[in-house]
Each structure stands twice: as structure tokens, then as C-alpha cells.
Design a binder for this molecule. Structure first.
Ligand SMILES: NC(=O)c1ccc[n+]([C@@H]2O[C@H](COP(=O)([O-])OP(=O)(O)OC[C@H]3O[C@@H](n4cnc5c(N)ncnc54)[C@H](O)[C@@H]3O)[C@@H](O)[C@H]2O)c1
Length: 388
């Protein structure tokens, strides 16, 4: 039976525009979904760029103004892949026009904007989701499954890192096309909102709300030429951030992120240590989840002479999402996390629901990011206000 078409309008044709366009195309080929996404319109600021993107990915038309895209009657879902300072305005307008809305992370520039976005989608009653895509790597989803099965028992410690090195040169300009991440007016913050937001989303999904934080940030290079003016201007983002935290369940947390870790392009890791076991993940080998099983719910305590870390190759049909891909032993990668996000969104929307992380879920991450920045500024512990 022909699936109901769902007409997608993607705003932003850069890095994330590509991952999303690919995901909308792939999801219905690998998953049995209630809708068939139709790539209806792509929007970028330059006409040539929007058209070239539309032609490459098979969108039916191109727009250069997101307002025109949102106003179109032939768009059902607005897919936001633009820099952070645009998310709120586009999402609120889309929700008010009755469109379904999915957006890239972080939800917004700050929690105030995030609240307005949550209000807009909830008032309009439209399905929504934020692309915290790392949750949907099968090994990360497996970690969630193992925790929910009680395999690590009471959690004591959670630690996460996201390290890069691409902004270390003092000659790198800030702001404008390609470098908007270095301008806090456009990005909201530096590594806190860009990188740690991913770590925080995963952490709170696996281990519950982070209730208070104590943070330190640093801006190593304090002035850079701004691309739009050609003049040197103060750098307003955090180049590095580290914070301690407490989870509502009592576990202690330790998070670190920087763009000054020479040699690291995307060292993204997490580890959680519980009474009965530990789990460890490293994005360099995303098809593996490391598991130390001290005690299993079925077999009791592992004999000490056979206890050890186990590398689970997360490629079996029993593993999350993997039955939809190839055969056991064959790996999938980064782009599949976006395909899974689209598949989960369409499945939920088919039941009239949003998919996690919803705008409201992502607002909790935004609150933690904001508390982290507040803490770094005030040099005090800060309550986050994040809810389950
Ligand atoms: N989930 C992830 O892992 C991940 C990774 C990278 C980026 N992101 C997020 O995705 C978003 C986009 O990041 P990116 O890396 O794709 O950026 P990018 O610079 O590669 O692309 C941004 C695109 O938005 C367009 N754009 C900017 N302002 C616009 C406007 N007002 N109207 C229409 N188009 C506009 C630009 O022309 C460009 O095509 C950001 O919110 C970022 O935080 C998420």
C-alpha cells in the first residue's frame, strides 16, 4: 500500500543539511514507516547554493528565505539545520503555521528561547524532535537498554569527554559563514553548547537529570579577526569547559570539552560505573560498547577469575536498530544515527506523538548548559532546574 507522503522543507544546506537530506531519503528504504518523506524544498541564503543543494539531493524546489518556506501550504514538516541563533524564530513560526518541527541541537541560544519554543510546539500540538543524534548509535542505545535492565546496578560515577583541536590557530578568524561557532551571538556559547550539549543529552538519557554543576571555562585566544568586519574583536565563546556535577540519583559526574586538545578531532567518550557493572563508549569505534559485568541479574556475581571487560560488537540483529541494516558483523556509522532519528520521529508522528528528545527534553539540556556557564562566571555551584 502506498505510504502517506510527508512533505519536508529543510532550512540550512551545510553540514547538517546534508546529514538530514540523506536521512530523509534513507529512513523509509530501511525502516517500515507510516510516511514516505518527500523532499519538497531546501532553503539556504544564496540562490545558487540552495538550488545546487536541492538538485544534488533531489528536493523539488529551492528557497532563499525560510519565511517563504514556512508559509508554503505544500510543506508538512520544517527541518531546521541552520546556526543556533535562528532555531527559535524558525521553530516558533513553523509551529504557529501548524507544521511539524524538527531541529538541530542545541535547541536554542539559551533556556529563555528554549522555553518559548517548547510553548510554541506544545500549544500547536505538533510532533517535534531535536537531533541529539548520538543517542541513536546502536551501541549508545544498547547502553541505555543495559542500564534499564539493571545490569550496572546503582550508578556512582559518570564521566564524559568531547575533545577537538580545530580552533587552536590564532590566525583563524571568527564569525560569518563556516565560523559562526566562534561568535557567541550566533552560537550562544562555545564548546558548552556545541559539544558538551551532546554529552549532557546522552548523560541525562542514561542516568537521569543533572541537578547541580560546578564549572570552569577558558578562552585561550581572546581576540580574533571577525569575518564580517575584517576587524579584530574579542572572542566571546568558551574554548574549553570542564565541570563537576551531581545527578538526581546521587551519582557524581565529570565532563570535559575543548577545541584545544592537539591531535583530537572528535574524541567523544563516556563511561558509567555502577555497583554491578560499568559501561564505556568511544566514538572512534562506534560499533563497540565495552561492558564490565561484575554481577548479572540472571547469573549473580561473575567468578573473579573470569571477570573482565567485554567488547560487545554491536552488529547483531538483536542489537538496537541493527536488524534494519546488513548482516551480523557488518558495521554502520555516523550518518545512520540521523537515519535512526528520522525513523523514530516518523514512527512517533504516525501515532500523533513527538520523538525523544522532544523540545521539552532538549530544554533540560539547555538548562544544564546555562547553569554550567553561570557557574563558570560566578565560580559557584549552580542548581540546573533540569527535570526528568
Ligand atoms: N547533531 C550534530 O551532531 C551536529 C553537528 C554539527 C552541527 N549541528 C548543529 O546543526 C546546525 C547547523 O550546523 P552546520 O554545521 O550544519 O552549519 P553550517 O555552517 O555547515 O551550515 C549552516 C547552513 O545554514 C544556512 N543558513 C544560515 N543562516 C540562514 C538563514 N537565516 N536562512 C537560511 N539558511 C541559513 C547557511 O547558509 C548554511 O547552509 C547548528 O545548530 C549546529 O549546532 C549538529
Amino acid at each position: 500500500m502506498a505510504k502517506k507522503p510527508l512533505r519536508v522543507g529543510t532550512v540550512g544546506c551545510g553540514f547538517m543539511g546534508r546529514t538530514h537530506a540523506n536521512a530523509w531519503r534513507q529512513a523509509p528504504r530501511f525502516f517500515d514507516l507510516p510516511f514516505e518523506p518527500v523532499l519538497q524544498a531546501a532553503c539556504a541564503r544564496g540562490e545558487g547554493r540552495a538550488q545546487a543543494f536541492a538538485d544534488n539531493w533531489g528536493y523539488g524546489s529551492a528557497e532563499t528565505d525560510w519565511r517563504a518556506l514556512v508559509a508554503r501550504d505544500d510543506i508538512d514538516v520544517v527541518d531546521i539545520c541552520t546556526p543556533n541563533d535562528t532555531h527559535k524564530e524558525i521553530a516558533v513560526a513553523a509551529a504557529e503555521a501548524g507544521k511539524w518541527v524538527v531541529t538541530e541541537k542545541p535547541l536554542a541560544l539559551d533556556a529563555g528561547e528554549g522555553e518559548a519554543m517548547v510553548e510554541a510546539v506544545e500549544k500547536a500540538g505538533v510532533p517535534n524532535m531535536v537531533f541529539y543524534n548520538y543517542r541513536r548509535l546502536p551501541s549508545v542505545t544498547l547502553a541505555k537498554q543495559l542500564i534499564d535492565e539493571g545490569r550496572i546496578g546503582r550508578p556512582f560515577h559518570y564521566r564524559a569527554q568531547f575533545l577537538q583541536d580545530w580552533t587552536m590557530s590564532a590566525d583563524l578568524p571568527q564569525g560569518g559563514e563556516g565560523l559562526w561557532r566562534l561568535d557567541a551571538k550566533v552560537s550562544g556559547s562555545g564548546v558548552t553548547g556545541d559539544l558538551l550539549a551532546h554529552c549532557i543529552d546522552t548523560a541525562m538519557w542514561l542516568n537521569g537529570p543533572i541537578v547541580r554543576v560546578m564549572a570552569e571555562t577558558e578562552t585561550f585566544i581572546r581576540e580574533r579577526v571577525h569575518q564580517t568586519t575584517g576587524e579584530k574583536a574579542p572572542v566571546t565563546i568558551d574554548d574549553a569547559c570542564q565541570f563537576l556535577c551531581r545527578f538526581a540519583n546521587g551519582a557524581m559526574g565529570l565532563f570535559e570539552s575543548t577545541r584545544y586538545a592537539r591531535g583530537h578531532k572528535a574524541l567523544k567518550t563516556f563511561e558509567v560505573n555502577g555497583m554491578d557493572g560499568s559501561l564505556s563508549f568511544d566514538l572512534h569505534e562506534p560499533e563497540y560498547l565495552d561492558f564490565f559485568e561484575y554481577k548479572s541479574p540472571e547469573a549473580g556475581k561473575t567468578p573473579s577469575h573470569t571477570a573482565g571487560w567485554r567488547r560487545i560488537h554491536v552488529t547483531n540483529g538483536e542489537h538496537p536498530y541493527m536488524a534494519h541494516w546488513w548482516v551480523p558483523g557488518l558495521v554502520i556509522g555516523y550518518e545512520h544515527s540521523f537515519v535512526h532519528a528520522v525513523a523514530d520521529f516518523l514512527t512517533a508522528a504516525g501515532k500523533g506523538r513527538s520523538a525523544a528528545p522532544t523540545f521539552r527534553d532538549a530544554l533540560q539540556t539547555q538548562k544544564v548548559c546555562e547553569a554550567v556557564l553561570r557557574s563558570a562566571k560566578s565560580e559557584t555551584w549552580q542548581e540546573t532546574g533540569a527535570e526528568a
